[in-house]
Design a protein around this ligand. Structure first.
Ligand SMILES: [Zn+2]
Length: 96
């Protein structure tokens, strides 16, 4: 079981640009709402794999706005409000 996951990961790539899957290739999981994914899925039936850049490009092409998050990679997702508060806090610390 585990071996087959490793094999899949080694072969998996973006259907849009061919970028290989995996954090080490700058290709973390960008997870979007199901209804939006069904509209941009490269297989047309909610299957397939797209990198974050190709997902964003497809959403733009289809004029879709939806919610999403990175399910892997080195980012912890926060809201815009939390980000702005964090930035304010860091600016105050930099001025000390
Ligand atoms: Zn891509």
């Amino acid at each position: 079981m585990r071996k087959s996951i490793h094999k899949w990961k080694a072969r998996a790539k973006c259907a849009g640009c061919g970028r290989p899957y995996g954090n080490e290739n700058g290709f973390p999981d960008l997870i979007i709402e199901d209804w939006a994914w069904k509209r941009i899925s490269p297989t047309g039936n909610d299957g397939g794999l797209l990198c974050p850049c190709c997902i964003i490009e497809s959403l733009y092409d289809e004029r879709i706005e939806c919610k999403g998050f990175f399910g892997s990679g080195g980012l912890t997702m926060i809201t815009e409000k939390e980000f702005l508060e964090l930035r304010k806090l860091h600016c105050k610390e930099d001025k000390k």
